[in-house]
Ligand binder design. Structure first.
Ligand SMILES: [Fe+2]
Length: 257
Protein backbone atom coordinates (compact mmCIF):
# COMPACT_ATOMS: atom_id res chain seq x y z
CA UNK A 1 0.00 0.00 0.00
CA UNK A 2 1.19 3.45 -0.90
CA UNK A 3 1.00 6.05 1.88
CA UNK A 4 0.93 9.14 -0.35
CA UNK A 5 0.06 9.45 -4.02
CA UNK A 6 1.25 12.75 -5.48
CA UNK A 7 -0.77 13.82 -8.54
CA UNK A 8 0.68 17.30 -9.09
CA UNK A 9 1.77 16.28 -12.60
CA UNK A 10 -1.89 15.81 -13.56
CA UNK A 11 -2.31 19.59 -13.40
CA UNK A 12 0.42 20.80 -15.74
CA UNK A 13 -1.37 21.15 -19.08
CA UNK A 14 -4.16 23.66 -18.54
CA UNK A 15 -4.83 26.98 -16.76
CA UNK A 16 -7.85 25.64 -14.94
CA UNK A 17 -9.27 22.35 -13.72
CA UNK A 18 -12.47 21.24 -12.00
CA UNK A 19 -12.39 18.30 -9.61
CA UNK A 20 -15.55 16.48 -8.57
CA UNK A 21 -15.27 15.59 -4.88
CA UNK A 22 -17.40 12.76 -3.47
CA UNK A 23 -17.05 10.93 -0.17
CA UNK A 24 -18.50 8.20 2.02
CA UNK A 25 -20.43 6.53 -0.79
CA UNK A 26 -20.85 3.59 1.62
CA UNK A 27 -22.16 0.96 -0.76
CA UNK A 28 -24.83 3.26 -2.22
CA UNK A 29 -24.41 2.79 -5.99
CA UNK A 30 -27.48 4.93 -6.73
CA UNK A 31 -25.96 7.95 -4.93
CA UNK A 32 -22.70 7.41 -6.80
CA UNK A 33 -24.46 7.38 -10.18
CA UNK A 34 -26.54 10.44 -9.28
CA UNK A 35 -23.47 12.43 -8.15
CA UNK A 36 -21.51 11.42 -11.27
CA UNK A 37 -24.30 12.86 -13.45
CA UNK A 38 -23.61 16.29 -11.94
CA UNK A 39 -19.84 15.82 -12.21
CA UNK A 40 -19.56 14.50 -15.75
CA UNK A 41 -17.67 17.56 -17.02
CA UNK A 42 -15.03 17.40 -14.26
CA UNK A 43 -11.40 16.70 -15.16
CA UNK A 44 -11.09 14.26 -12.27
CA UNK A 45 -13.37 12.62 -9.73
CA UNK A 46 -11.80 12.25 -6.29
CA UNK A 47 -13.34 10.18 -3.50
CA UNK A 48 -12.34 10.85 0.11
CA UNK A 49 -12.73 7.21 1.19
CA UNK A 50 -15.36 4.79 2.50
CA UNK A 51 -16.64 3.68 -0.88
CA UNK A 52 -17.85 0.51 0.84
CA UNK A 53 -19.68 -0.65 3.98
CA UNK A 54 -22.98 0.40 5.65
CA UNK A 55 -25.04 0.23 2.42
CA UNK A 56 -25.99 -2.90 0.43
CA UNK A 57 -24.06 -2.53 -2.83
CA UNK A 58 -20.35 -2.18 -2.02
CA UNK A 59 -19.21 -4.49 -4.81
CA UNK A 60 -21.32 -2.62 -7.35
CA UNK A 61 -19.76 0.67 -6.22
CA UNK A 62 -16.24 -0.73 -6.68
CA UNK A 63 -17.17 -2.13 -10.10
CA UNK A 64 -18.48 1.27 -11.13
CA UNK A 65 -15.51 3.40 -9.97
CA UNK A 66 -13.08 1.00 -11.64
CA UNK A 67 -14.66 1.85 -14.99
CA UNK A 68 -13.84 5.57 -14.53
CA UNK A 69 -10.51 6.55 -16.07
CA UNK A 70 -10.21 9.88 -14.23
CA UNK A 71 -10.96 8.54 -10.73
CA UNK A 72 -8.90 8.58 -7.53
CA UNK A 73 -9.76 7.57 -4.00
CA UNK A 74 -8.09 7.36 -0.59
CA UNK A 75 -8.45 4.65 2.04
CA UNK A 76 -11.33 4.98 4.50
CA UNK A 77 -11.90 3.03 7.70
CA UNK A 78 -14.30 0.67 5.90
CA UNK A 79 -11.63 -0.21 3.32
CA UNK A 80 -9.25 -0.79 6.23
CA UNK A 81 -11.78 -3.16 7.85
CA UNK A 82 -11.95 -5.11 4.57
CA UNK A 83 -8.16 -5.43 4.31
CA UNK A 84 -7.18 -5.87 7.95
CA UNK A 85 -10.29 -7.19 9.73
CA UNK A 86 -12.97 -5.79 11.97
CA UNK A 87 -13.44 -6.90 15.58
CA UNK A 88 -15.21 -4.09 17.43
CA UNK A 89 -18.86 -3.70 16.42
CA UNK A 90 -20.11 -0.14 15.88
CA UNK A 91 -23.70 1.11 15.87
CA UNK A 92 -23.47 1.44 12.08
CA UNK A 93 -21.71 -1.86 11.61
CA UNK A 94 -22.29 -5.21 13.26
CA UNK A 95 -19.92 -8.16 12.78
CA UNK A 96 -22.38 -10.02 10.55
CA UNK A 97 -23.01 -6.86 8.51
CA UNK A 98 -19.26 -6.53 7.95
CA UNK A 99 -19.14 -10.20 6.88
CA UNK A 100 -22.00 -9.50 4.44
CA UNK A 101 -19.92 -6.68 2.88
CA UNK A 102 -16.72 -8.75 2.78
CA UNK A 103 -18.48 -11.74 1.21
CA UNK A 104 -20.03 -9.51 -1.44
CA UNK A 105 -16.72 -8.08 -2.70
CA UNK A 106 -14.97 -9.87 -5.57
CA UNK A 107 -11.31 -10.88 -5.38
CA UNK A 108 -10.55 -8.41 -8.18
CA UNK A 109 -12.12 -5.59 -6.21
CA UNK A 110 -10.21 -6.61 -3.05
CA UNK A 111 -6.99 -6.32 -5.08
CA UNK A 112 -8.12 -2.84 -6.19
CA UNK A 113 -8.72 -1.82 -2.55
CA UNK A 114 -5.23 -3.07 -1.57
CA UNK A 115 -3.71 -0.45 -3.85
CA UNK A 116 -5.67 2.56 -2.54
CA UNK A 117 -3.32 5.17 -0.99
CA UNK A 118 -3.84 6.73 2.43
CA UNK A 119 -3.48 10.26 1.08
CA UNK A 120 -3.43 12.16 -2.20
CA UNK A 121 -1.33 15.31 -2.43
CA UNK A 122 -0.99 17.94 -5.10
CA UNK A 123 0.05 21.54 -5.58
CA UNK A 124 -1.69 24.33 -7.44
CA UNK A 125 -0.34 27.91 -7.70
CA UNK A 126 2.10 27.24 -4.84
CA UNK A 127 -0.71 26.04 -2.55
CA UNK A 128 -0.57 22.54 -1.11
CA UNK A 129 -3.64 20.32 -1.04
CA UNK A 130 -4.02 17.13 1.00
CA UNK A 131 -6.87 14.70 0.46
CA UNK A 132 -7.49 12.07 3.12
CA UNK A 133 -10.38 10.31 4.86
CA UNK A 134 -9.83 11.82 8.33
CA UNK A 135 -7.15 12.68 10.90
CA UNK A 136 -5.07 9.65 11.82
CA UNK A 137 -3.91 8.60 15.29
CA UNK A 138 -0.28 8.42 14.21
CA UNK A 139 1.13 9.57 10.92
CA UNK A 140 2.20 6.14 9.73
CA UNK A 141 -0.85 4.37 11.19
CA UNK A 142 -4.03 3.64 9.29
CA UNK A 143 -6.44 4.05 12.19
CA UNK A 144 -8.37 7.30 12.39
CA UNK A 145 -9.04 9.49 15.41
CA UNK A 146 -12.56 9.64 16.85
CA UNK A 147 -14.78 11.98 14.87
CA UNK A 148 -15.26 15.44 16.36
CA UNK A 149 -18.85 16.19 15.34
CA UNK A 150 -18.71 19.88 16.20
CA UNK A 151 -15.18 21.10 15.54
CA UNK A 152 -13.71 24.59 15.26
CA UNK A 153 -10.82 25.69 13.05
CA UNK A 154 -8.45 25.44 16.05
CA UNK A 155 -9.72 21.94 16.90
CA UNK A 156 -9.18 20.79 13.32
CA UNK A 157 -5.58 22.07 13.40
CA UNK A 158 -5.10 19.96 16.56
CA UNK A 159 -6.81 16.89 15.08
CA UNK A 160 -4.85 17.02 11.81
CA UNK A 161 -1.60 17.50 13.71
CA UNK A 162 0.49 15.62 11.13
CA UNK A 163 -0.67 17.76 8.23
CA UNK A 164 0.30 21.35 7.44
CA UNK A 165 -1.06 21.72 3.90
CA UNK A 166 -2.97 24.86 2.90
CA UNK A 167 -6.08 22.83 2.03
CA UNK A 168 -7.15 19.73 3.96
CA UNK A 169 -10.06 18.01 2.20
CA UNK A 170 -11.59 15.15 4.17
CA UNK A 171 -14.75 13.14 4.84
CA UNK A 172 -15.77 10.52 7.46
CA UNK A 173 -18.05 12.97 9.36
CA UNK A 174 -21.18 12.68 7.18
CA UNK A 175 -22.35 16.26 7.69
CA UNK A 176 -20.33 18.73 5.62
CA UNK A 177 -18.33 21.64 7.03
CA UNK A 178 -15.97 24.43 6.05
CA UNK A 179 -13.44 26.14 8.30
CA UNK A 180 -10.67 28.61 7.61
CA UNK A 181 -8.60 31.16 9.49
CA UNK A 182 -9.30 34.07 7.18
CA UNK A 183 -9.14 36.66 9.95
CA UNK A 184 -5.88 35.46 11.48
CA UNK A 185 -3.27 37.61 9.74
CA UNK A 186 -0.42 36.09 11.73
CA UNK A 187 -0.87 32.67 10.19
CA UNK A 188 -0.97 31.43 6.64
CA UNK A 189 -4.48 31.08 5.32
CA UNK A 190 -5.58 27.46 5.67
CA UNK A 191 -8.83 25.64 4.86
CA UNK A 192 -10.52 22.48 6.18
CA UNK A 193 -13.21 21.27 3.79
CA UNK A 194 -15.62 18.35 4.22
CA UNK A 195 -18.34 18.04 1.52
CA UNK A 196 -20.45 15.67 3.68
CA UNK A 197 -21.42 12.11 2.81
CA UNK A 198 -22.58 11.44 -0.74
CA UNK A 199 -24.00 8.00 0.03
CA UNK A 200 -25.44 8.26 3.56
CA UNK A 201 -28.38 10.72 3.36
CA UNK A 202 -28.75 11.24 7.14
CA UNK A 203 -29.54 13.78 8.56
CA UNK A 204 -31.73 14.65 5.53
CA UNK A 205 -33.74 11.92 3.79
CA UNK A 206 -32.80 11.48 0.11
CA UNK A 207 -30.03 14.10 0.23
CA UNK A 208 -26.87 13.74 -1.82
CA UNK A 209 -23.84 15.79 -0.71
CA UNK A 210 -20.70 16.35 -2.77
CA UNK A 211 -18.75 19.24 -4.26
CA UNK A 212 -16.52 20.73 -6.90
CA UNK A 213 -13.02 22.06 -6.37
CA UNK A 214 -12.17 24.77 -8.91
CA UNK A 215 -8.51 25.34 -9.66
CA UNK A 216 -7.83 28.50 -11.67
CA UNK A 217 -6.28 31.81 -10.61
CA UNK A 218 -7.60 30.88 -7.16
CA UNK A 219 -8.86 27.72 -5.45
CA UNK A 220 -12.57 27.53 -4.63
CA UNK A 221 -14.86 24.83 -3.27
CA UNK A 222 -18.54 24.62 -4.18
CA UNK A 223 -20.76 22.59 -1.83
CA UNK A 224 -23.55 20.81 -3.72
CA UNK A 225 -26.68 19.29 -2.12
CA UNK A 226 -29.22 17.50 -4.32
CA UNK A 227 -32.32 15.45 -3.70
CA UNK A 228 -32.67 11.97 -5.21
CA UNK A 229 -34.76 8.86 -4.64
CA UNK A 230 -32.85 6.43 -2.39
CA UNK A 231 -35.76 3.99 -2.07
CA UNK A 232 -34.06 1.50 -4.47
CA UNK A 233 -31.11 1.28 -2.08
CA UNK A 234 -33.41 0.75 0.90
CA UNK A 235 -35.18 -1.97 -1.11
CA UNK A 236 -31.83 -3.62 -1.91
CA UNK A 237 -31.05 -3.87 1.83
CA UNK A 238 -34.37 -5.66 2.35
CA UNK A 239 -34.07 -7.87 -0.77
CA UNK A 240 -30.51 -8.90 0.14
CA UNK A 241 -31.56 -9.39 3.79
CA UNK A 242 -28.59 -7.29 4.88
CA UNK A 243 -27.75 -7.72 8.59
CA UNK A 244 -28.50 -4.61 10.69
CA UNK A 245 -30.71 -3.31 7.85
CA UNK A 246 -33.43 -2.00 10.19
CA UNK A 247 -31.01 0.37 11.94
CA UNK A 248 -29.33 1.49 8.70
CA UNK A 249 -32.66 2.14 6.96
CA UNK A 250 -33.99 4.12 9.91
CA UNK A 251 -30.88 5.98 11.13
CA UNK A 252 -28.83 6.40 7.96
CA UNK A 253 -31.57 6.70 5.31
CA UNK A 254 -34.32 8.22 7.48
CA UNK A 255 -36.97 5.82 6.14
CA UNK A 256 -39.58 4.49 8.56
CA UNK A 257 -40.14 0.75 8.40
FE1 LIG B 1 -15.39 6.80 7.50
Amino acid sequence: MKTVLNITNNFKNKDSYVLGIITDIHGNDKALDEALKYLKDCDYIISLGDLIGIGPNSNEVLNRVRTLDNFYTVLGNHERYLLFGFNNPLSCLTLDQQKFTEDSISEENKEYVKNIPLEIHFEWNNKTICILHYARRKYKEMRFKLIDHNPSYERLVELFEFHDQDYIIYGHEHVGSFFDNENDLNNKHRYFINPGSTGCPCPVKDELRFGKLYLDESIRFEFINKQYDSSDVVKAMIDKNMPNKEKIIKDFYKYSL
